[in-house]
Design a protein around this ligand. Structure first.
Ligand SMILES: Nc1ncnc2c1ncn2[C@@H]1O[C@H](COP(=O)(O)OP(=O)(O)OP(=O)(O)O)[C@@H](O)[C@H]1O
Length: 454
């Protein structure tokens, strides 16, 4: 019986072969080619061989899991044109989408998502190329006579490591990932003590940019603060998952969100006072009796009026927070252009590691420290959790295991806010013979996600 044909394509999966580094040339390359079996959706299979010992006939062919496969001569511009550019109209209609780069260390994830050459148009990372195209449209909209409020792009950029996020727009400040009682995940940054007992818990920084040039400068500066270390493959490895969120914004949205943070900080001392008063009054009401029991104090009548007044003040401040939150929603709903609030999320995942001490020595990179090896294990655990989320998402499972890691908790919102079909994984792979095992693992990971379509 032929396999059941997929009904929808919830997650798009692409593979990208990177160029061979000059230092890898002596070892030779993996043999690889893509085939297009009779798949109802035209998805491609990839076959690889040539790893292992000389003369080895070891080979592997994936199921038809890949939407397209990019060759080493395809530059970032080509990848952008095929993967990201088609999503821009969806974003301009107000939709959201996300893009993940997955691959072993040194396979080209950062090259693809962020890029290393910020001046060469053909080599801009996908996020910069997307912002450039969005700004072209936004600038045209802003120039129109009947334009509503001026639009721009706000962005946040942070790294995930273990259970913490590090805000690259705020001196790599450590932020905490918390699940609220509403099930939403919040990333909370620094806590500031203000006058009058106000406590401001800053959210992760979202920097507003009103031109592409401003965005490019801010992004490149922030990227410079990324944590690098030595992986099992190269010595400038990103040891964390970098998450970059672009959002179309206007000034009133920025102000309204700031007002929510301000109202919340005003609520903190008022809420604390209400709790203190209630406890204080209740403590005075009973008195200890012999035998360790407590009984009502005949000489003290609990001051219910005092408690009620404090509770009323707290309710008033809670109402102010709710009003500020509603204003944010109203601005998003009543925008003159539907794209306000639309998001594009780019994730440069930390490199999956396959420990190959032999390969590391050949590449003359420093040996990993025990801490780096421990980080490597944590990275692999996160990537496994992400694979399970993607498989469950792709097959429309009722329960998606978002809570299995801090990384997947943070990504929850991005999956849920993107309609099905707007999540894309780019599996980056190296053609170097010495990385055959790692390449094979990455392709297997990608094909597991790619074939599980509902
Ligand atoms: N498609 C490509 N074309 C040209 N050079 C590339 C390509 N992909 C990667 N490279 C180069 O290979 C090296 C490693 O790439 P990159 O830093 O993007 O890997 P990575 O997967 O992000 O690694 P890690 O997970 O360890 O951070 C870089 O010097 C990069 O410029």
């Amino acid at each position: 019986m032929p396999p059941t044909a997929p009904k929808t394509n919830n997650i798009n999966v692409f593979a990208r072969w990177r160029r061979l580094a000059p230092s890898e040339a002596a070892e030779g390359t993996i043999d690889y080619h893509s085939t297009s079996p009779t798949d109802p959706h035209g998805h491609l299979s990839v076959s690889i061989s040539g790893g292992g010992d000389p003369g080895s006939t070891q080979s592997w062919t994936s199921p038809p899991a890949f939407n397209a496969i990019f060759n080493p001569e395809d530059d970032n511009g080509e990848v952008y044109k095929s993967i990201v550019a088609p999503a821009i109209p969806h974003v301009l209609r107000g939709g959201s989408c996300n893009f993940f780069a997955y691959g072993h260390s040194g396979s080209g994830k950062t090259h693809t998502i962020i890029g290393y050459d910020y001046d060469d148009e053909r080599e801009l990372g996908l996020c910069l190329a997307a912002a450039r195209q969005l700004f072209k449209v936004i600038d045209d909209l802003n120039a129109k006579d009947n334009a509503g409020e001026r639009l721009g792009i706000g962005f946040s950029l942070f790294e995930m490591r273990k259970k913490s996020a590090f805000d690259l727009l705020n001196r790599r400040t450590e932020c905490h990932v918390r699940e609220g009682h509403d099930g939403k995940v919040h990333i909370r940054g620094e806590t500031e003590m203000l006058e009058g007992g106000k406590v401001r818990v800053c959210p992760i920084v979202r920097r507003p940019c009103w031109s592409y040039e401003c965005f490019r400068q801010e992004l490149t500066q922030a990227v410079g603060a990324r944590a690098v270390g030595s992986s099992s493959v190269h010595s400038q490895s990103s040891r964390t998952h970098a998450i970059l969120e672009l959002e179309i914004i206007c000034q009133s949205l920025v102000d309204a969100r700031q007002a929510v943070v301000d109202r919340q900080s005003e609520l903190v001392p008022v809420g604390k006072r209400a709790t203190d008063i209630s406890i204080e009054e209740q403590m005075k009401a009973p008195v200890p009796h012999p035998g360790g029991k407590w009984a009502p104090n005949p000489d003290y009548e609990m001051n219910q009026e005092r408690i009620d007044a404090a509770e009323a003040e707290k309710a008033e401040h809670e109402h102010r927070v709710a009003v500020a939150e509603e204003l944010v929603e109203d601005i998003l709903k009543s925008a003159a252009t539907p794209c306000l609030g639309a998001k594009m999320v780019f994730v440069d995942l930390a490199g999956a590691e396959y420990h190959q001490e032999k390969g590391a020595q050949q590449l003359h990179i420093p040996k990993q420290t025990p801490q780096e090896r421990q980080e490597g294990r944590q990275i692999n655990t996160d990537l496994l959790a992400l694979k399970e989320v993607m498989r469950a998402w792709a097959t429309n499972q009722p329960r998606i295991p978002f809570r299995s890691s801090a990384l997947t908790m943070v990504l929850r919102e991005h999956f849920l806010s993107s309609e099905k079909g707007n999540s894309t994984m780019i599996v980056t792979v190296s053609p170097a013979k010495e990385q055959y095992a790692a390449t094979l693992n990455s392709l297997k990971y990608g094909s597991l996600v790619g074939v599980t379509r509902a």
